[in-house]
Ligand binder design. Structure first.
Ligand code: UDP
Length: 309
């Protein structure tokens, strides 16, 4: 297949592009580097099946030649980025999804949207299954991301129903691994850099909020299976092992062999109290489950961060 990946220089986009090339596909990568990093894809430029376009997907999109799939992975994805780029975050989820869907329709291509567990907001049920409609504050600081992704899902389903397009909606839960930025702002990279530098580890709130962390190779495997499936409805992909942020801080300390102390900082507004994917649908329909333990994943990620610090 010839596949367009928006956000190809980002954390997930770069892993996804590499995986698709490894599977023998051709990849057209697109990024405007608002949060992406060229270092993530430098090695791909040597591959004859990789093309790259430096472009903002919120503008009219023209890509010459055939396309079999359009995977829309462009978006700021860290809470500190939503605060810094609130309008680009809304635009890429809304206008960018519209442009990418229009292109996919023109090319008769499958369309995939990188959606998020944030569509569930600060959830009132735990774990979250795909039938849950969520608890989102539309005007809070995270609303720019959550609502853009919810709009993106609505638009994607409208194109599926009205234009009979093949669509894929992957609801991505917290993911970590190599190619995350040192200053990404999310819990794993923050804790890793702090642990490796012997600085205090900043836990927000009382650290009793929970997350469930998926290693990036597991996530990419799930996404690829979903792409090849015939499932047009949303599918959660994530690791259901749930832990508190305080437990995560201790685990990162251990993985990094660090003596850093843990300090507490204020909890950001609308920070979800719990998050855990119900992956029954992915298990049943995609025969997918995560394979990398948190201990192993953190070790691999520490090695990557050590090489970059
Ligand atoms: N968090 C933290 N310390 C940090 C960064 C994040 O305690 O230095 C907390 C944050 O408040 C949230 C959890 O870690 O409860 C996960 O945050 P992250 O930014 O990784 O992603 P989120 O799941 O909130 O989108």
């Amino acid at each position: 297949m010839r596949i367009l990946v928006t956000g190809a220089a980002g954390f997930l986009g770069s892993h996804l592009s590499r995986h698709l090339l490894d599977k023998g596909h051709s990849v057209v990568g697109l990024d405007n580097f608002i949060t992406g990093n060229v270092d993530n894809i430098r090695d791909l430029f040597k591959n004859g099946r990789f093309e790259f376009i430096n472009y903002d997907v919120t503008n009219y999109l023209h890509v010459p030649g055939k396309l079999d799939a359009v995977l829309h992975f462009a978006s700021p994805a860290s809470p500190i980025d939503y605060l810094k780029f609130p309008i680009p975050t809304l635009k890429v989820g809304a206008l960018g999804t519209h442009k990418a869907l229009g292109l996919a329709k023109n090319k008769n291509a499958i369309f995939m949207i990188a959606s998020t567990s944030e569509v569930y907001g600060d959830p009132l049920i735990n774990p979250q299954h795909e039938g849950y409609w969520g608890n989102v504050n539309p005007i809070g600081p995270r609303g720019v991301y959550d609502e853009a992704k919810r709009f993106a899902e609505a638009l994607t389903m409208a194109y599926h129903r009205y234009h009979h397009m093949q669509v894929r909606i992957v609801r991505i839960f917290n993911t970590y691994g190599p190619n995350m930025r040192l200053k990404d702002g999310r819990a794993v990279p923050n804790f890793m850099v702090q642990a490796l530098k012997g600085r205090p580890i900043t836990v927000y709130g009382d650290g009793r909020q929970t997350r469930s962390l998926c290693y990036v190779s597991d996530l990419i495997d799930g996404i690829y299976r979903l792409l090849k499936s015939g499932i047009n409805e949303p599918v959660n992909i994530g690791n259901p092992r749930e832990l508190t942020l305080l437990e995560l801080a201790e685990m990162v300390k251990t993985a990094a062999g660090s003596g850093s102390k843990i300090i507490f900082k204020p909890l950001p507004e609308d920070d979800p109290k719990v998050r855990r994917p119900d992956i029954t649908r992915a298990r049943r329909e995609l025969k997918w489950r995560p394979r990398i333990s948190l201990e192993d994943g953190l070790k691999k990620t520490v090695a990557h961060f050590k090489s970059r610090i």
